[in-house]
Design a protein around this ligand. Sequence first.
Ligand code: PEP
Ligand code: MN
Length: 343
Amino acid sequence: MIIVMEPNASEENIQNMDETLRDLGYQTILNKGDVLTVIAAIGDKSMIAPKHLSAMPGVKEIVPIQDPYKRASRITHPEDTVIEFENGVKLGGNSDLCVMAGPCSVEEDTEILLTVARGVKAAGANFLRGGAFKPRTSPYDFQGLGEEGLKRLAKAREETGLLVVTEVLDSQDVELVAEYADMLQIGARNMQNYKLLNAVGRQKKPVLLKRGLSATIKEFLLAAEYIMVQGNPNVALCERGIRSFDTSFTRNVLDLAAVPVIQKRCHLPVVIDPSHGTGQRYLVSPMSKAAAVCGANGLMIEVHPDPDKAWSDGQQTLTIPAFESLMKDLTALYKLRVSSDQL
Ligand code: PEP
Ligand code: MN
């Protein structure tokens, strides 16, 4: 439940309410806005009728909430979360569109990663993406270079100044990946790996959480809640397409409506991945543009100097010139976007 305090509630009223809630066994989160203070009371205490609470001094309103994702919910945290990175790049709210680009996986040939990194940096990308630990459907497919891949990503960051986002597959590797990356990616297949969510929640680097292949938006937000409960508030949600009956022309169905749907209920930044979302190179540009207009805060796009020779996901990967041309259109389109306060 959420307790909205009157604009003129005193500090004593607020503290009194906070203590009363804690005595009743709730965990509390205080959010002091410019005008109102709201207190989120967490814990399923449905057996305790909190009627007397509304009569306490300084209380404006008690809003029972069904949302089980209390930390991720806009009710407890009305302002957009903006994740700020070391080099000043921001993701979320009214910040510029944050673009993450790079190959599906970090490959054996060191030059490929550096060529992509230079190319996407020159085109205006903020992050270099690339998998060092790859979650492949078949155990016979390329599984990634592991730590060697992380080292190459870090080297490309050194040279270009790009931030690095890369996937962590296993809770045992969280510290290792966090040593090299600026943002840890949780892949679609691990969205409900709760031990891994807890582990990334306990470390400090921001997390890019991908939506599970058949996850509902509620399950997606609850997965983010797992990370936040452990103390990490810097989570971005990445829609990357969901499974549908129709795979005749696309790999997945890219749920662009998820952007405003999530932003209406949740304050975390939303990133769209049109590469995995469609599985088709020719669809990446139109869906990126649509994402920029419907309010996405970021994009994750697969780019390779020679996509047809890429070790994974070449069919959905852009060339560097195609990426450059997309980036030129995105700036203008992003100005037309629907922002969360219009929802
Ligand atoms: C990826 O981005 O490298 C990836 C494997 O994506 P997903 O987890 O969305 O399939
Ligand atoms: Mn891929």
